[in-house]
Design a protein. Structure first.
Length: 294
């Protein structure tokens, strides 16, 4: 006979990312009993805002499970937060009051890595708006790249967009061939470099990344400038995967919005080391919570 929820140790997993926050509660048998969603939960927006988003997602999950969000002594929480490496962020979060019996924090990337490999050793390379390589090997977190656009995040959507803009300006000057991709990029700015400069002054990594689908489409159509950008990006992703293998990761999972489009461009030896994800970042945060209570 199944114990009532009040007599069980329940586990909360939270994936707090830069675009949204997801929460999931499971019982002792691993059955999902509640889920919740909220907005961004990244320390880039400030620790109080990130924590408020986590609590909103938790509240939604708790209410679905029939739990009291304000008091949950039988819930052990694993919380993945974007930007946890920012100085002082972990300490600020750990000092906050919470309704749980126990709580631990990790980065959203580490949570994704735990989930992708069911808690075992392995690595992930995220290729989306930004890029990063992260591995968990022997209980240690190893990382490569992901220091932020434009100084890092090679092979990301933002990086592809930046290279497309740079190449388009070269074409405008007549310093390289004006291909279909570069013509389309220039046309977006009415063929006026001054418009590009004005856009640049306010553009974010996300703005640059909006050009990545355009680059990929032209690359698939054989555009030489687009192919050069995508091949360069894939080469950087190759490098991240190989570095994680050097760290000792037995396998690597490719994640992020560009993972599918970029995979065919990766080197054969790299593609052989890729494996599908076992679970998501929320599953990884639940693994962390279960370890805490074991």
């Amino acid at each position: 006979m199944t114990k009532p929820l009040s007599d069980q140790t329940l586990y909360l997993g939270v994936d707090g990312g830069g675009t949204g926050c997801r929460a999931r509660i499971v019982d002792e048998d691993g059955h999902v009993i509640g889920q919740g969603l909220s907005g961004p939960a990244t320390t880039r927006l400030g620790v109080p805002n990130a924590w408020a988003s986590v609590l909103r997602a938790w509240t939604g999950a708790a209410e679905e499970a029939g739990l009291d969000p304000s008091r949950a002594p039988n819930v052990t929480a694993g919380i993945g937060i974007a930007g946890l490496t920012r100085a002082g962020s972990r300490e600020q979060l750990e000092a906050l009051p919470h309704p749980f019996g126990n709580i631990c924090f990790t980065s959203d990337g580490a949570a994704a890595c735990l989930g992708a490999h069911s808690g075992h050793d392995g690595g992930i390379v995220i290729a989306g708006t930004g890029s990063i390589g992260l591995a968990l090997v022997g209980g240690e977190e190893k990382r490569a790249g992901g220091y932020g656009f434009p100084i890092s995040d090679e092979g990301s959507g933002a990086d592809m967009g930046l290279k497309a803009i740079q190449s388009a300006l070269l074409a405008f000057d007549g310093r390289r061939e004006r291909t279909a991709l570069l013509s389309e990029v220039l046309n977006r700015f009415d063929n006026l470099p001054a418009n590009i400069v004005g856009w640049m002054d306010k553009a974010t990594a996300t703005d640059y990344a909006t050009l990545a689908p355009l680059v990929l489409r032209h690359a698939d159509q054989g555009d030489p400038a687009a192919r050069q950008i995508v091949q360069s990006g894939a080469g950087h992703i190759d490098g991240l995967v190989r570095r994680l293998i050097e760290y000792g990761a037995p396998g690597v999972t490719l994640l992020g919005g560009l993972s599918g489009p970029l995979e065919p461009w990766l080197a054969p030896d790299v593609r052989k080391r890729l494996k599908p994800a076992d679970g998501d970042a929320v599953a990884g945060a639940i693994i962390l919570a279960k370890r805490l209570s074991s």
